[in-house]
Design a protein. Structure first.
Length: 99
């Protein structure tokens, strides 16, 4: 069951204990037991949270994978065109001064 929790967190990111229990069709106390074991092993990071959804107070344990780094985004980075243009302008300006 711990492998299923890890897979669920890897797929869906940070989740509350109630969301994990609902998705994996197991009881919340079972999820808390497995999460405690995974946390002790250093596989997940958990903390107590209070959220408000439409004025309704929701308390639970938020869990995420420890040391998980999302994959690097593909494509150009913000400001890449601007930086490249600035470098090209600086390079052209230097050539004019040298000649």
């Amino acid at each position: 069951m711990k492998a299923n929790i890890l897979l669920f967190l890897r797929t869906n990111g940070e989740q509350l204990d109630a969301e994990i229990a609902k998705a994996l069709h197991i009881s919340k106390p079972q999820v808390l037991t497995h999460i405690a074991e995974l946390s002790a092993a250093g596989d997940v990071i958990c903390c107590q949270v209070t959220r408000f959804n439409g004025g309704k107070k929701i308390e639970g344990v938020s869990c995420r994978l420890s040391a998980y780094v999302p994959p690097k985004a593909t494509g150009p980075k913000p400001g890449a065109k601007r930086a490249a243009a600035a470098n090209a302008n600086a390079h052209n300006h230097n050539e004019v001064n040298i000649a």
